[in-house]
Ligand binder design. Structure first.
Ligand code: HEM
Length: 482
């Protein structure tokens, strides 16, 4: 899990003015800065230290200051709070996640090309409501099963010799495919252009945001028209809009035809295109922004979890047989349903343990202080981390009972485990994400033998606050002979 929770201060996020900002940071408040170095005029050393070892800086900060402190990041400075403050952050009305996401300098909601961010931070919360209320329904599990089975068969074939799983690409393709089957329906989910745009949008948008952040804020409303990364982002949104528009027109025609056929009730589709339409109830909205926003929130996060979980299973081959036994028993009793997935508790434990060790980000609960905030006082005990992998950790905790009966599940959140955030802004897609990852792992383990390529040692990649599965991971698979 994340080492710390952070409090974002938007005032200091302008990279061009980093030097003045950092002086200001030093003099303007009581928080010491962990990576402020004498004569580091343009913050080169501070940025390098942050990129190379944010985790080390956070640990050093807690050791040195024994409480909240600032860290200079490539996006300006942030206040880092110890994980013990998680419950307080969760309850504080003055700390806002939406303000953090929509903050012009960070994610540029409202700029053309950033329609995904705009949809996530929409004040009517349409996207959040659809994710919260419509995703991870029982019927979607069978859909996941069908698509993952077809997807792995297509990628890996039926051969029973070991082969490179091309896991970095395949992991993203599988999650992109099964997510899209629920977001836009089975047919459009298989459109390779749509897949490419939606699985890549988070990165396309991130690159555009990164380019814009390097420009002084007063130039941004104009310069975004010229920056190549922002142009790419706009072009991708345009391509996506064209494809979605065709789908919407096709649906409108089908609806009309069905309605004109005396007595025929038009078939109601169960996908996010339809649900967004229902929730907006005639209000104007941007369908493409909703789709890109959903993919942006869902695909990178979930595929990172899937990739890392399979790597961990391969690194601990003793887990494979007990996992297969559990999956077979659960599916025999409940089929590919939410009940079936619920009964896969060792698999759940492996996923939670993966998140504990590879939390996607070193820090979590990103908030913007919407007004002056007083931090709680008291002794601070920095949280340590461990690098050992115990696939059974959360099974054992569940068996302890008490708060762990439910708190040990991958979708649960507490001050001990808040990879999905906490409180009012907790990730509404966590049930969907865990269901996708469980189904994908279950299908893979039942159909294929998996292993790390002999000689490959798994590693985790860190870049600033980001924590990623190794993009060069060497996973091998072969069809099981049953
Ligand atoms: C392993 C996968 C995922 C992880 C680790 C993850 C993590 C997070 C985190 C940390 C937050 C911020 C919560 C906070 O600050 O308290 C968040 C918010 C959000 N997530 Fe996820 N997420 C995942 C998958 C998904 C999926 C699959 C969807 C949608 C289908 C989704 C949709 C959202 C949305 C819409 C928000 C914004 C909520 C708000 O602002 O109220 N996420 N997620």
């Amino acid at each position: 899990m994340g080492l710390a929770t952070e409090l974002y201060e938007s005032v200091y996020s302008d990279a061009w003015y980093g030097y003045f900002a950092s002086l200001f940071v030093q003099k303007n408040d009581d928080f010491p800065t962990i990576n402020f170095y004498p004569r580091d005029w343009i913050l080169k050393r501070a940025h390098e230290a942050f990129i190379a070892d944010a985790k080390g800086l956070i640990q050093e900060g807690f050791r040195k200051f024994n409480g909240p402190f600032r860290i200079i990041t490539t996006l300006g400075s942030r206040i880092i709070l110890p994980a013990e403050y998680a419950d307080w952050v969760k309850k504080s009305p003055d700390l806002d996640h939406q303000a953090f996401v929509s903050e012009g300098k960070e994610f540029f909601a409202g700029y053309p090309g950033f329609e995904g961010t705009t949809a996530v931070s929409d004040p009517h919360a349409v996207l959040i409501s659809v994710v919260k209320n419509k995703l991870a329904q029982n019927s979607q599990i069978q859909k996941f099963h069908t698509h993952v089975s077809a997807g792995v068969a297509e990628s890996w074939g039926e051969g029973n010799a070991w082969r490179d799983a091309r896991w970095t690409e395949t992991g993203v393709t599988l999650i992109g495919l099964i997510s899209a089957s629920v977001f836009v329906g089975d047919e459009l989910a298989k459109n390779t252009t749509w897949q490419k745009i939606t699985t890549g949008y988070a990165m396309t948008m991130f690159m555009a945001a990164r380019a814009l952040r390097t420009c002084p804020s007063w130039t941004r409303p104009f310069i975004h028209w010229l920056l190549p990364a922002c142009r790419t982002c706009r072009a991708e949104v345009k391509r996506a809009r064209r494809i979605l528009q065709q789908e919407l027109e096709k649906r409108a025609i089908q609806k009309k035809e069905a309605a004109s056929d005396q007595g025929q009730v038009p078939e109601k589709r169960e996908d996010a295109i339809t649900w967004v339409e229902e929730v907006t109830a005639g209000r104007a909205y941007g369908p493409v922004g909703m789709q890109l926003g959903m993919s942006m929130a869902a695909v990178v996060t979930t595929s990172e979890l899937l990739k890392q979980a399979l790597i961990n299973i391969c690194a601990h081959p003793e887990l494979v047989e007990p996992l297969r036994d559990e999956i077979e028993t659960s599916v025999r009793a409940h089929g590919w349903t939410t009940a079936g997935l619920f009964n896969m508790q060792l698999l759940d434990s492996v996923i939670t343990e993966t998140q504990r060790l590879n939390p996607l980000a070193e820090v979590n609960l990103e908030r913007k202080a919407v007004r002056d905030v007083k931090l709680p006082n008291g002794q601070i005990v920095p949280r340590g981390t461990t690098i050992s992998f115990d696939g059974y950790r959360y099974v054992k905790l569940r068996q302890e009972g008490g708060k762990w009966t439910s708190a040990s599940a991958a979708v649960s959140t507490s001050a001990d485990h808040f990879v999905f955030g906490m409180g009012k802004f907790i990730c509404p897609g966590r049930f969907f994400a865990v269901a996708e990852v469980k189904t994908a792992l279950a299908v893979i383990l039942l159909a294929y033998d998996v292993r790390l390529k002999p000689g490959y040692v798994p590693k985790i990649i860190r870049y600033g606050f980001e924590v990623m599965a190794d993009p060069g991971a060497c996973v091998e698979v072969r069809r099981r002979s049953l």
